[in-house]
Design a protein around this ligand. Structure first.
Ligand SMILES: [Mn+2]
Length: 432
């Protein structure tokens, strides 16, 4: 017997990959976990007799000779099939898009870092000219959209987009995809937990990230806590949100969500024994008190060496700092001589304003060039720390409507980042 299966808490990418598995491996039996996400449940209910899917307890495990695992590479994420781990001469094929190493030893595998796992399988079906029906194309497209956040997560690759285009050619129905995406249905239990979490919000600031960790004991079964944490994170608007959910047996479910430039969830959850993607991850932690898990997470964020670019890499320094009493005439000369566009204004070691060449437009009469800098400088100064990310700087520039961000460390201006610096970084070009 040939079985194709995926991870518990099955999402649309997981279901799509299982269905693709049945098409790529003819005669294989699709087996799903009993724990499936509400939108997967919704899809399966709507398409009842079209997909004949079993759970592990409905089949005879010792008859399985070939196992096709999709969208995960970890035994513990398979529901009811873990005992196959030690079955001799079981043939395993693996399709996965997670960047973290797993423990499923496959004879054949295709593991590539993609936005969605189904992307690689769609490519293979296209290559082999396997017919994709509109219904199946719709499910596949929903899988890609869900795992890539409608193509907006930074994990999205060009291949995900090409696969989505191909699925539209196969007549995927965007109305159904949209209703699957929009219909996150919260159960009473989920709402109750979300409500309790929102009543106990605390946030901390680490390395320029706003972080919220919420410990919320749960009793009995709760549908997809990941959706609760997602909603929590969106509602309070932090760079990263964690839910630690202690259960009765001394176990904690830990779920994390991170913005695109936030802390790497794959790394953090990996250290907790779980896994995930840069923006989403989870772990099941046994016999560690929730408070210790919280401290561990804070430690990991604090000490994790960011491999990505930080403001300290982009900023220009040294900066030309000027006194508020400096005459505008002298300032103009100094800026011109040093090739600077602006300068922080410092009084008694304190940053009191910003003066830039754009402020020169405010000067209407010639004698105003004899006035001091403080008469024209901007007083709403928005600063940034050297450890912050370029995207955090962009957000400040947009929301606070400034063009220059003095970089502050230990109360001192150590550099300057401008809108132009950021445009060069993101697009390799200056703004027009
Ligand atoms: Mn996936």
């Amino acid at each position: 017997m040939r079985v194709v299966t995926t991870h518990r808490n099955t999402d649309l990418d997981g279901l799509a990959s299982v269905v693709a598995g049945t098409l790529l491996y003819p005669g294989s039996l699709p087996v799903l976990s009993k724990q499936i996400n509400p939108n997967v449940k919704f899809f399966l209910t709507a398409h009842k007799r079209m997909l004949d899917i079993k759970t592990a307890d409905e089949i005879e495990l010792d008859k399985i000779e070939e196992l096709i695992v999709v969208d995960t590479n970890q035994w513990k994420r398979l529901d009811g099939l873990g005992q196959l781990k030690d079955k001799p001469d079981l043939v395993i094929h693996l399709w996965d898009h997670h960047s973290t190493q797993g423990n499923i030893d496959a004879q054949w595998k295709r593991q590539e870092t993609l936005g969605a796992n189904i992307t690689a399988m769609v490519e293979e079906m296209k290559e082999r000219k396997i017919q994709i029906s509109p219904m199946v194309a719709t499910l596949f497209l929903a899988g890609i959209y869900e795992d890539t956040g409608n193509m907006s997560f930074s994990s999205t690759t060009p291949r995900d987009s090409y696969a989505a285009g191909f699925l539209l050619e196969c007549k995927a129905d965007l109305d159904i995809v949209a209703s699957l995406m929009g219909s996150v249905l919260y159960s009473r239990n989920q709402k109750k937990i979300l409500f309790e979490m929102l009543q106990n919000v605390k946030t901390v600031n680490i390395n320029g990230y706003s972080i919220s960790i919420n410990i919320q004991p749960i009793d009995g079964h709760v549908d997809t806590l990941a959706q609760v944490v997602q909603k929590y994170s969106e509602t309070i608007g932090v760079d990263a949100a964690f839910g630690i959910f202690p259960q009765k047996e001394g176990r904690c479910i830990v779920i994390g969500r991170s913005k695109r430039d936030g802390p790497d969830m794959a790394v953090i959850m990996g250290r907790l024994g779980g896994g995930g993607h840069p923006s989403a991850g989870s772990a099941l932690v046994k016999s560690v008190p929730p408070q210790s898990i919280e401290n561990l997470i804070l430690d990991l964020i604090e000490n994790h060496n960011q491999s990505s670019v930080r403001i300290s890499d982009l900023m220009s320094f040294p900066v030309l700092a000027v006194s508020p009493e400096l005459k505008m005439k002298a300032l103009r000369k100094q800026l011109r001589e040093n090739g600077f566009k602006g300068a922080p204004v410092i009084e008694d070691g304190k940053l009191v304003g910003m003066i830039t060449r754009t402020h020169f437009k405010k000067l209407k009469r010639e004698d105003q060039w004899d006035a001091p800098v403080k008469a024209f400088m901007a007083r709403n100064i928005v600063t940034i720390e050297p450890g912050m990310s370029p995207m955090q700087a962009v957000r400040k520039i947009i929301t606070k409507k400034v063009g220059h961000l003095p970089v502050i460390e230990d109360g001192h201006v150590i550099g300057m980042v401008t809108r132009s610096d950021l445009m060069v970084y993101f697009y390799d070009q200056l703004p027009k």
